[in-house]
Design a protein around this ligand. Structure first.
Ligand SMILES: C[S@@+](CC[C@H](N)C(=O)[O-])C[C@H]1O[C@@H](n2cnc3c(N)ncnc32)[C@H](O)[C@@H]1O
Length: 216
């Protein structure tokens, strides 16, 4: 992923949205997957300093120099090295940010593992769920990210469709988008494939023949 695009991930409006969510939590315990230059890390640490919180971050690259705050623990590891990471997770978290490897299967894998470490009532944020800035002739015009972010969005919907009673879900489409989930209970069902009828024979016919008429 190029740096110019990375830079905009948590810029402006979206950063404000995250700040509004996190600053409402008393003594926030935050878990972050993906540090990089530390835009979200620094935002979380600012809030942790103010509200007596604590941030734990994981990255596959050594980003430990991003901060020397006493409110921060950095774990150098792939976030799916669960056996290794579990030893560091001593408590449940109020907030989880998933912003590491932007791949739908990886997101599903880490979501299902770290969900158990989020408190009931806690929030899970998944970054970069919008493909709109990447479509042709849009600001970033990047076919790979356009398709990946759309797949991530659909994957989140698929997980949600199997778990409607277990967490709430909303999407913020500012910038590169953010999924906002709130855990309702400790249950989490396996993700079942949604069978789309988008390309069914009936729907194809409908596109050409059927046009709804206004009801009088
Ligand atoms: C989009 S950047 C994170 C941006 C950061 N949250 C911010 O707002 O500035 C993605 C980061 O995830 C890290 N990463 C990629 N795959 C990973 C994995 N499997 N486990 C942990 N970190 C990973 C990359 O090294 C990179 O630093």
């Amino acid at each position: 992923m190029n740096t110019e695009v990375d830079h905009l991930h948590l810029a402006g409006d979206k950063k404000k949205t995250i700040e509004n969510i996190v600053s409402k939590i008393k003594n926030p315990k935050i878990l972050e997957l993906g540090v990089h230059h530390g835009v979200s890390t620094k935002l979380f640490l600012e809030i942790c300093e103010k509200n007596d919180g604590y941030l734990t971050s994981i990255d596959i690259k050594d980003d430990s120099s991003v901060s020397n705050s006493s409110k921060w623990k950095f774990i150098l590891s792939s976030d799916d090295n669960f056996e290794y990471i579990e030893k560091f997770l001593e408590h449940k978290f109020d907030l989880l940010l998933i912003d590491s490897l932007h791949d739908p299967d990886h997101i599903q894998k880490v979501f299902y593992f770290y969900y158990n470490f989020v408190k009931v009532g806690g929030i899970i944020l998944i970054d970069d769920i919008s493909w709109l800035p990447y479509v042709m002739n849009s600001v970033f015009n990047n076919e790979y990210i356009e398709n990946t972010n759309r797949e991530i969005f659909l994957k989140i919907l698929e997980i949600y469709n199997s778990n409607i009673d277990n967490f709430s879900l909303s999407f913020d489409f500012k910038d590169t988008g953010l999924a906002i989930l709130r855990k309702k209970n400790e249950n989490l069902n396996e993700c079942k494939k949604m069978i789309s009828r988008e390309y069914s024979f009936k729907n194809t016919i409908k596109k050409f023949i059927y046009k709804p008429k206004p009801k009088l």
